[in-house]
Design a protein around this ligand. Structure first.
Ligand SMILES: [Fe+2]
Ligand SMILES: [Fe+2]
Length: 429
């Protein structure tokens, strides 16, 4: 079943570069502007902690205020993994924090222990006490940010009394319909037994003996299927927003086409899940009343930025990588086609943001420019914080088309560094 294959960083990098070039070409972004992750090409100030593996090193900071800061910012994204427990950093205000990584959980969390250089840091409470985190302001509507993890903090404080652990809030794969409140939670249908959303039984996989591995893969495919199903609704919502804001017909047409793509993805995912389970599964009703149609440019761009420019790009690279390592030809072919569609949807998101930057009222354009800067800063900081999450592996597998969490984290990192950040930098230029 497993298709064992060498998975050098080079393969992933070349996939990422192809994806970046495709989007840049589609949207007409300058390839020069897409050259380096972390570039601050608008003269803005973004604080980036410089990673060092030397535990005795004094803190340093890169405040990217000029083109000369670019190489240092890039080094943050590409530098060697830091020592497991001792990475120092300084913020623009000169105080230092010590990042500790023993508390990593599910690739998204990290812990901070207060350093001697910052003895006056506030208690965690619900607000990150460290200046390093203050470079990322609290954002409305579930944008990129951090939140305290009380359980991880309690566990970590058994080892370090003043440790604080946080969860990274970041976009997930794809572009599902979300609630219209500040949580922006994906809206999913209930899963039900029904045959209409599955193709012919055995289309993707022959029947097999029930096993825990098979059930786990089925659950993962059902998760994906529900998100794909919700994505069809999201593109219906997007088309209404575009019409409300006077978008050109080409963008509206592409939104409708994307909804049809998502229906196809949902059918594929439900079919694979059904083959794994040996019984048909499909969606129940979708509570769309929990969503809302955006009728202002800022909300439109926020959704496009987080779920389109980032989320769909992640979905594309993850599907392409899973296809690369999948041994089942039918699933591999489906993943390849999904990866292609998701890249197209990401391109649509970039096109919408580009259009909004031209068409929106001045005040909204300013807000959007600030949003771009905030998200870029958060991504740069995430790269620094997650640098230790990328162990090189001799082989990778994607049994039944599912990447394991380690490979998924590696894809996420490469996508942010080599695709999303360069494109967002070009967009902001
Ligand atoms: Fe999709
Ligand atoms: Fe999509």
């Amino acid at each position: 079943m497993d298709r064992r294959k060498s998975t050098s960083q080079d393969v992933l990098k070349s996939q990422a570069r192809r994806l970046r070039a495709r989007i840049a070409l589609t949207v007409g972004l300058s390839s020069a502007g897409c050259a380096a992750a972390g570039t601050q090409d608008d003269g803005s100030t973004i604080t980036v902690a410089t990673v060092t593996s030397d535990p005795t090193a004094t803190a340093q900071a890169t405040t990217a205020t000029s083109p000369t800061a670019t190489s240092e910012a890039t080094e943050v994204a590409t530098g060697p993994d830091p020592a497991a427990t001792t990475t120092s950093a300084t913020t623009t205000e000169g105080s230092a924090v010590r990042l500790r990584r023993p508390g990593w959980k599910s690739g998204a969390n990290y812990c901070l222990g207060r350093s001697d250089a910052n003895p006056s840091g506030k208690d965690c409470g619900t607000i990150p006490p460290f200046d390093a985190l203050r470079t990322i302001p609290d954002q409305p509507n579930g944008m990129y940010g951090f939140e305290l993890d009380p359980d991880a903090t309690s566990a970590e404080r058994k080892k370090i009394a003043d440790a604080c652990c946080f969860r990274v809030i970041r976009p997930r794969l794809g572009r599902p319909l979300r609630t219209g409140d500040s949580e922006r939670t994906p809206i999913r249908a209930e899963i039900v037994r029904r045959p209409e959303w599955t193709e012919d039984t055995g289309r993707f996989l022959a029947a097999g003996a029930p096993s825990e591995e098979r059930r786990a893969a089925a659950r993962a495919w059902i998760d994906d299927a529900l998100l794909e199903h919700a994505s069809a609704a999201e593109f219906a919502r997007l088309s209404l927003s575009l019409l409300a804001l006077g978008a050109p017909p080409e963008l509206v047409r592409q939104a409708h086409e994307a909804a049809l793509d998502e229906l196809r993805h949902a059918t594929i995912a439900f079919s694979i899940a059904s083959d794994l389970e040996g019984a048909p599964v499909g969606p129940g009703t979708l509570p769309v009343e929990r969503s809302r149609v955006d009728t202002d440019f800022v909300s439109l761009v926020e959704a496009c930025l987080l779920d389109g420019c980032i989320g769909e790009m992640l979905a594309s690279l993850e599907a392409a990588t899973a296809a690369e390592h999948c041994d089942v030809p039918t699933i591999r072919e489906a993943l390849t086609s999904i990866a292609d569609d998701e890249a197209k949807h990401a391109g649509l998101a970039y096109a919408i943001v580009t259009w909004a930057l031209e068409a929106a009222p001045l005040e909204a354009r300013r807000t959007i420019a600030g949003m771009l800067q905030t998200v870029r800063a958060a991504l740069v900081q995430e790269l620094e914080l997650t640098n230790a999450e990328r162990p090189e592996r001799p082989v990778s597998v994607a049994t039944w088309g599912r990447l394991d969490p380690t490979d998924a984290a590696r894809v996420h990192h490469a996508c942010v560094k080599d695709v999303v950040l360069p494109l967002l930098s070009a967009l902001a230029a």
